[in-house]
Design a protein around this ligand. Structure first.
Ligand code: PLP
Length: 385
């Protein structure tokens, strides 16, 4: 790396973990599309690499880049965000207890409840904006506190510093899924978390063209265990994907600024719309945890959740009428997406839990892209009618 630790975000995004290729001067880290590495003599490797499941130079560059952006010591890259989540769960054993925030990504909820609960992991779902409820959910066998903030899709903002403190006092490891913010807007390690989890598929990748995940930690012990699980399970990404993510992190700060700016304009516009019942966006003063958001986020992100006046009929009409917003799951890409969590991303969440969380028929989730915001607003206005 040709920059030091004092470098700011935009400089790290472009340079951390990477330097021009010493043999050719190539400014971009090459795609080391190789599964194995030739050895000098048995057991005597030439550089640092022997087999690409264990490590690969393109992946190493991405790991160092993301670790620098999160202000962490170690990064590990996975084949998907859920693979990264699963790797953390593999640090636990049967009989261990997890406190999980009640409004997590649908796939995270499914992985905890449908896969790991069957292996003997105990789970308590908690509304982590209620600190008393979170404190009383802790047990002597609580080994992991899993936080996601802002939550999905109701965009509750959880106070990371307070929850990390509660988790640590109970002797648990604290992991924050930072996908919605990306390292540009929020750095959980600095707020007391032990591990940061990302779906690279979203803002970090940013172009809706690759699936990947990452874990970042500054704890040597945790990193060693995670590295062992990764080597043993093999949930590693392809090398081309690593290259795509490395290319994407170079523009992360520029894209995030525009996502935030556009989302805030969309949120303010819709808040004044007569056919919209409620807009949820952490940057609005009407947001119940606006103060927490201001304290721990450097910007309020690109996700906007709205409750339309009416029910499923009105939601359907909007989702079927938009032209620029694409009707699709996922989020965080340059193009704007719209979806219905009740039917799409959160269909795997049990109906009674959906109801409790407020994932209603009139709830529509927007991932505001970086198109011209006036075109986006006109598109939404036409669709809401
Ligand atoms: C998408 C997402 C995941 C899962 O990531 P994949 O890359 O799809 O496996 C986890 N957490 C959040 C918040 C997400 O949005």
């Amino acid at each position: 790396m040709n920059i030091d630790n004092s470098a700011r975000f935009g400089t790290k995004a472009i340079h951390a973990g990477q330097s021009p290729d010493p043999s050719t001067g190539a400014i971009c880290t090459p795609i080391y599309q190789t599964s194995t590495f030739v050895q000098k003599s048995p057991g005597e490797i030439i550089g640092e690499y022997d087999y690409s499941r264990a490590a690969n130079p393109t992946r190493t560059a991405l790991e160092a880049n993301l670790a620098a952006l999160e202000g962490g010591k170690h990064g590990l890259i996975y084949s998907s965000g859920v693979a990264a989540t699963g790797a953390v769960l593999h640090l636990l054993k049967s009989g261990d207890h997890v406190v999980l925030c009640d409004d997590v990504y649908g796939g995270t909820n499914r992985l905890f409840h449908k896969v790991f609960q069957q292996l003997g992991i105990e789970i308590t779902l908690v509304d982590m904006t209620d600190h008393d409820a979170a404190k009383s959910a802790m047990r002597p066998n609580t080994k992991l506190v899993w936080i996601e903030t802002p939550t999905n899709p109701t965009l509750k903002v959880i106070d990371i510093a307070v929850m990390a403190e509660i988790g640590k006092r109970a002797g648990a490891m604290v992991c924050v899924d930072n996908t919605f913010c990306s390292p540009y807007l929020q750095n959980p390690l600095a707020l007391g978390a032990d591990i940061v989890c990302h779906s690279l598929t979203k803002y970090i990748g940013g172009h809706s063209d690759a699936i990947g995940g990452a874990l970042i930690t500054s704890d040597d012990e945790i990193h060693k265990k995670l590295k062992f699980v990764q080597l043993s399970e093999g949930a590693v990404p392809g090398i081309q994907e690593c290259f795509l993510f490395l290319r994407s992190t170079k523009t992360l700060h520029v894209r995030m600024d525009r996502h935030c700016e556009n989302a805030e304009k969309v949120a303010r516009h819709l808040e004044a719309h007569t056919k919209v019942e409620k807009v949820v966006y952490p940057g609005l003063t009407s947001h119940p945890q606006h103060a927490v958001a201001k304290k721990q986020m450097r910007g309020f992100g690109g996700m906007v959740t709205i409750y339309l006046k009416g029910g499923l009929g009105e939601s359907r009409k909007m989702l079927e009428t938009v032209k620029i917003f694409a009707l699709a799951e996922s989020l965080g890409g340059v193009e704007s997406l719209i979806e219905h969590p009740g039917i799409m991303t959160h269909a795997s969440v049990p109906a009674d839990q959906r109801k409790k969380l407020g994932i209603a028929d009139n709830l529509v989730r927007l991932s505001v892209g970086i198109e011209d915001v006036d075109d986006l607003i006109a598109d939404l206005d036409r669709a809401i009618g």
